[in-house]
Design a protein around this ligand. Structure first.
Ligand SMILES: NC(=O)c1ccc[n+]([C@@H]2O[C@H](COP(=O)([O-])OP(=O)(O)OC[C@H]3O[C@@H](n4cnc5c(N)ncnc54)[C@H](O)[C@@H]3O)[C@@H](O)[C@H]2O)c1
Length: 326
């Protein structure tokens, strides 16, 4: 089958492309190599993927409809030739979205509308949207369930992801496109985004530098290992293709929560260094806790996460140690 994966040079997208290509599929990766973090990191991911004969790279911005259409046409994509679009390109990150909400809205919402339009024009059967646990806002009750209205986001990033889900619903309704919106819960693993806590902390700790430690360490996150996310994405693709016209919102997490303090302990143990904490106040836009109810993912997608944080952190540290210095 042929897939279009947006954000395929990024952290999660790179892993998704790798799995699809290894399974013998064709992947057209659309990425703009934006500068949210060092584009050279993304280039290396794309270079690695290009060793698969089924991989084609389209360098285009998802907001630029003419460039998008021309890029995929030049890559040999014709109406009816794509089984599924996996849409992962976005401006990620809660805190930077408070600094630049217009950019987040443009990339995450307008960009999603452009991708849905492309899906309609190309008569694509299924569309997978990379959404986020942040859409649940600052909820006291856990675990988070998909039947929550998710109507109270507390950051522009979260609002753009929820808006993207609603836009997807409109396309499923109007055009019978099969859509699955996957709410990822803090994803980590090899090639994790450098702005995310595990990666940022690990680099600073390895360099003997203090880590920014927000709040009292009691905030909790449902950290999800990237291989488990990829397994969920594969399940979502299967489900969407087997159920024409479906629309589902599905959590992908480990359904386990880890405090910030515990996370630092685990990193210290794996790296063999003591953490020096630079204590800072809790940040606006950050939620107190996240925890996924994954009943729906198990039932619909056959999702079965296997990597607990105690196993995932050492795997991440092993990857980090193999990276060139700096
Ligand atoms: N990593 C997480 O913990 C997490 C959690 C929840 C949701 N998500 C969502 O999952 C998706 C992937 O996240 P990630 O962590 O891999 O991030 P990432 O930043 O590593 O990947 C995003 C990719 O999209 C590309 N991109 C950005 N703007 C673009 C544009 N205008 N046009 C084309 N390409 C563009 C980037 O160059 C990058 O390669 C995002 O939609 C993100 O919001 C991630």
């Amino acid at each position: 089958m042929r897939f279009v994966v947006t954000g395929g040079a990024g952290f999660i997208g790179g892993h998704v492309c790798g799995r699809l290509l290894a399974a013998g599929h064709e992947v057209v990766c659309v990425d703009s190599f934006d500068d949210f973090y060092d584009p050279a990191v993304k280039r290396r991911t794309a270079d690695g993927l290009s060793s698969f004969p089924g991989f084609t790279l389209v360098t285009a911005d998802i907001r630029d409809q003419p460039a998008l259409r021309e890029g995929v046409r030049a890559a040999g994509v014709r109406p009816g030739s794509v089984a599924c679009i996996v849409h992962l390109a976005a401006r990620a990150g809660v805190r930077p979205s408070i600094e630049d909400p217009v950019l987040y809205s443009q990339v995450n919402l307008d960009g999603t509308a452009c991708m849905l339009e492309l899906a309609r024009e190309l008569n694509v059967g299924a569309f997978i949207f990379g959404s986020s646990s942040s859409v649940y806002g600052d909820r006291a009750e856990v675990p988070f369930r998909e039947d929550d209205a998710a109507a109270a986001p507390i950051s522009p990033y979260a609002a753009t992801k929820r808006a993207g889900e609603l836009m997807c619903h409109a396309y499923a309704h109007l055009y019978g496109l099969s859509v699955l919106c996957l709410r990822f819960f803090t994803v980590y693993g090899p090639r994790q985004r450098p702005d995310l806590a595990i990666h940022k902390f690990a680099r600073l700790m390895a360099a003997g530098e203090p880590i920014p430690f927000f709040g009292d360490g009691s905030t909790r996150r449902d950290y999800t290992y990237v291989d488990d996310i990829v397994q969920g994405v594969e399940g979502a693709i299967r489900f969407a293709l087997a159920n024409p016209g479906c629309f589902e919102v599905v959590n992908l997490g480990e359904s386990d929560t880890v405090t910030l303090s515990r996370l630092v302990e685990l990193l210290s143990a794996s790296l063999g260094v003591n953490a020096v904490l630079r204590r800072l106040p809790a940040q606006p836009g950050d939620v107190e806790r996240t925890c996924a109810d994954i009943t729906r993912a198990r039932e619909l997608l056959g999702y079965a996460p296997t990597t607990r944080i105690e196993e995932g952190i050492p795997k991440f540290v092993e990857w980090l140690r193999a990276q060139p210095k700096g």
